[in-house]
Design a protein around this ligand. Structure first.
Ligand code: AQP
Length: 348
């Protein structure tokens, strides 16, 4: 990325890539190491082998109450974290969902082909609805907006964490339903790319290893935020729950908390789970946790440094403006074709 203060990002000639990848992140809280290990890290790798669109899905964040000022700031911050995590705006398209109105338009059209029962079954809806005093219809229909995000770009592949698996299956079902109805490939049926748990597909909460680490969690002690200071990271890892015994080995069923910490250690250090197990034979949890904290601090330090550099006014805004310029022309032909097949009147 070449981005001096306020500089416009130089448009490059389009690269010819065999596949197109789309993924999004909600600006609904401070991004966690779960978002990084489960999603962002993979985005940075994929940009070298596919045409990638990475989106700050701000409309999704509105499904639960948001403070407008915070939402505004977080939208910029998520885009900064994309770039700070290694996504290069010269290689990938980075943009904000609400900047391309076709997402919301297609979402409505797809809602009219999705069944109420399909949405009410969604695990994430049930979990999030249970935590809200008032449940908006947006929380229920959110997976349709996610389907629109993906189908609009004819994405071949969608890299996500394990928690999004069910939503992706719905996006595939919707695509197949529409294609069958019109006997034509209106939408490409996307393939999920979900890393296994040991490769970061589901990083768990440090205070409760049965819960996914989540950026909007009520208790921030269970999360490591990408922007946490080194001391916060050390404190949170020190107070992370552990399992009975003192041995360190991977066993998701009997040692879920230690297994989760080992996965974080492994992904941050590049060491295998077996190497970590051997390194800590007989040493107990204390030493392991204190080393883990340093490994996490070291992993996040360059991202935090880059994030600060990107906070110069105008830098991220220029990247997002360029992203919208690249994304919208990719989205519109799909929307127009579907509108036409549905019988909506176009005026020339
Ligand atoms: N704990 C996690 N482990 C692995 N991957 C994760 N992801 C989220 N949490 C974990 C992946 O990060 C990407 C962006 O997520 P999102 O912003 O679309 O929302 P989410 O999946 O609902 O993530 P959060 O952090 O739990 O957000 P909130 O608290 O707002 O609901 C996705 O690919 C996701 O799978």
């Amino acid at each position: 990325m070449k981005g001096d203060k306020g500089a416009r990002v130089k448009p490059l000639a389009p690269r010819i890539m065999a596949k197109r990848v789309f993924s999004g992140v909600q600006p609904s809280g401070s991004l966690t190491i779960g978002n990084y290990l489960g999603a962002l890290r993979n985005f940075a790798k994929l940009q070298h082998e596919a045409e990638c669109l990475f989106c700050v899905v701000d409309l999704h964040a509105l499904t639960v109450p948001q403070d407008p000022k915070e939402l505004h700031q977080r939208t910029l911050d998520v885009a900064r974290i994309f770039v700070a995590s290694g996504i290069d705006p010269d290689l990938a398209t980075i943009f904000v969902q609400s900047h391309v109105p076709a997402h919301a338009e297609l979402s409505w059209l797809l809602e009219c082909t999705t069944y109420d029962g399909e949405l009410r079954r969604m695990t994430q809806y049930k979990e999030k609805a249970a935590r809200q005093e008032v449940v908006t219809s947006g929380l229920l229909t959110y997976p349709v907006l996610m389907a629109a995000d993906i189908l609009l770009y004819q994405a071949d592949e969608v890299p996500v964490g394990d928690d999004q698996k069910q939503h992706l299956e719905l996006a595939r079902d919707i695509a197949v339903r529409v294609n069958n109805r019109f006997d034509e490939e209106i939408f490409k049926v996307p393939e999920p790319y979900i890393p296994p748990k040991t490769a970061g597909g589901r990083i768990m909460n440090l205070q409760d290893a049965t819960e996914k680490m989540s950026k909007s969690a009520e208790n921030p002690r269970g999360n490591i935020a990408i922007l946490d200071s080194p001391d916060e990271i050390r404190r949170k890892i020190k107070s992370a729950v552990t399992d009975s015994g003192r041995e360190i080995y991977y066993d998701e069923v009997n040692k879920p908390a230690i297994s989760n910490l080992m996965v974080i250690y492994s992904l941050c250090s590049g060491q295998s789970l077996d190497e970590i197990k051997s390194a800590y034979v007989g040493s107990g949890y204390g030493q392991f946790k204190s080393d883990l904290a340093e490994v996490v601090v070291e992993t996040l330090a360059p991202i935090q440094k880059r994030f600060t550099e990107l906070s110069e006014p105008g830098v991220i805004e220029a990247i997002l403006a360029e992203g919208r310029r690249k994304a919208e022309p990719l989205a519109l032909p799909t929307l127009r074709r579907f509108q036409d097949r549905l019988g909506l009147l176009a005026l020339s």
